[in-house]
Design a protein around this ligand. Structure first.
Ligand code: PM9
Length: 463
């Protein structure tokens, strides 16, 4: 490339056809709202939020083609045309043989955990995810983190922080025995590490190792296209490969997958379980009728499956994925320039603020990430998500808090929803909170539910 060539700007590969007005609230209104929500951003009403970066889950803007597809919903109880369209897309883009639709990702996690895990089993994975780990535990298993150590260090700039530490994995297999490991759980673009990718090279090594022991790999493919984009950018030999081919190569190295289509696949609701093994598929079909619905709709309307089928194609479009990850990078770079500590490298679906560093005067017991998320809301009505000690929950055996090395606040970017100007407002708000950080006191629990406590817990300020 010509080094003297000026760097040119890029813009999103879409134009806006419909708008949803948002309201800018006053500080007094926000103070009332966050108190009423018990300082938990999950308990805020959406109408009280100006820029909603709680999650990229189900919050994306669907395309005109997806909306048109919604009108083609075949709402038959059994054998809807939209199911067969979805099945064709899963086979074509991901290569899995059998698909069971589910209403969202955790329903697929529930089914796979119940059909594969026995009491006393161990499930190694490249870092935990809240719902995935809970379903493994509810099925009688124990999750074991085998991600590389770099993943737990927010400042480490390893390009593939979701890689598996092969020594950790093999030691576990030898110690516990392959028969007590029903599968290895591999996530692409690991959420809790900050949206970090696994490399193709590492995935191939995991494949080889697990095949030697006869252990299958179940893939959490929620953000597989984002992971593939990072492989294209960072891994030798992949620079000229289309993202859709990289996605397919990843999936081919695994035996089955759980999908929350609310992320990569650009729908507001939906997911699936995909499998290559016919016997497991039969068991999954038997389970889905108990919890979700018939195996050709799994809790979804025909129109939802149609939007998902179309969203799968759009998710691997080169221009789309470049702009999607590019928006996150734009915000991340702005925050780095402002001197704000964030997880490095910048993630695929959001920028993760390092709350331990920003609120370094608060111990983890004072819930720095939960506190920071509440302060961000107070400053400018921006809603973010805690990803620290509150999300990590308690050890089921000891009842003690799990203290994760990463105490983070996630500024998650919904796909195709916000403009660069929104992201400028977000960056300025983070900077304002950062400048006032010394005055911030922590939070303590006033209510804590048993499972996935981050969703519904309530807190009060420590004065
Ligand atoms: N992720 C997120 O905001 C939704 C709420 S937090 C539980 O990041 C992965 C990697 C996810 C995920 C949800 C699920 C569960 C599985 N794996 O929310 O049930 O990021 O569709 O998917 C959220 P569902």
């Amino acid at each position: 490339m010509d080094k003297n060539k000026k760097q040119r700007s890029w813009a999103e590969p879409y134009k806006i056809k419909m708008v949803e007005p948002v309201r800018i609230s006053t500080f007094e209104e926000r103070k009332k709202a966050i108190e009423a929500a018990g300082y938990n951003t999950f308990l805020l009403r959406s109408r009280d939020v100006y820029i909603d970066l709680l999650t990229d889950s189900g919050t994306s803007a669907m395309s005109d083609r997806q909306w048109a597809g919604m009108m083609m919903g075949d709402e038959a109880y059994a054998g809807s045309e939209n199911f067969y369209h979805l099945e064709r897309k899963v086979r074509r883009f991901y290569g899995y043989k059998y698909i069971v639709p589910t209403h969202q990702g955790r329903a697929a996690e529930h089914i796979i955990s119940q059909i594969m895990i026995k009491k006393g089993d161990y499930i190694p994975g490249n870092m935990y995810f809240t719902t995935t780990k809970l379903h493994q535990e509810l099925a009688g298993g124990t999750f074991v983190d085998v991600v590389i150590d770099e993943a737990h260090d927010p400042d480490n700039e390893h390009p593939f922080k979701a890689n598996v530490d092969l020594d950790k994995l093999e030691t576990l297999i030898i110690e516990k025995g392959a028969d007590r490991i029903p599968y290895v759980s591999i996530a692409t673009s690991v959420n809790m590490a900050g949206g970090q990718p696994i490399s193709m090279e590492n995935l191939k090594q995991v494949r080889e190792l697990t095949q030697n022991y006869g252990i299958p790999i179940i893939h959490d493919m929620t953000r597989v296209a984002e992971n593939a984009f990072f492989i294209k950018q960072r891994e030798k030999g992949y620079g000229d490969k289309p993202v859709r081919e990289i996605v397919s190569e990843i999936c081919c190295l695994t035996d089955g997958a759980t999908m929350s289509a609310k992320k990569d696949a650009l729908v507001n609701i939906g997911g699936f379980l995909a499998l290559n093994d016919k016997e497991l598929f039969k068991k999954a079909c038997n389970m889905v009728v108990i919890y979700e619905g018939l195996h050709t709709y799994g809790g979804l309307a025909g129109r939802d499956m149609e939007a998902m089928a179309i969203g799968i194609t759009e998710s691997v479009d080169e221009d789309h994925i470049k702009a999607r990850v590019g928006q996150v990078e734009y915000l991340g770079k702005k925050l780095i320039d402002m001197g704000i500590p964030i997880v490095l490298p910048i993630g695929s679906h959001g920028v993760f603020l390092n709350a331990s560093k920003i609120l370094s005067h608060l111990s983890q017991d004072k819930l720095p990430a939960q506190t920071l998320a509440a302060e961000l809301y107070l400053d400018a009505g921006i809603r973010a998500m805690e990803r620290g000690v509150v999300s990590a929950g308690r050890n089921p055996e000891t009842g003690e808090h799990n203290y994760p090395a990463l105490e983070l606040v996630r500024l998650t970017i919904p796909r195709r929803v916000y403009t660069q100007a929104h992201l400028d407002v977000v960056a300025e708000s983070v900077e304002a909170v950062y400048e006032n950080r010394e005055a911030i006191t922590g939070l303590e629990f006033t209510y804590e539910p048993e499972h996935l406590r981050f969703f519904q817990s309530r807190f009060q300020k420590i004065e």
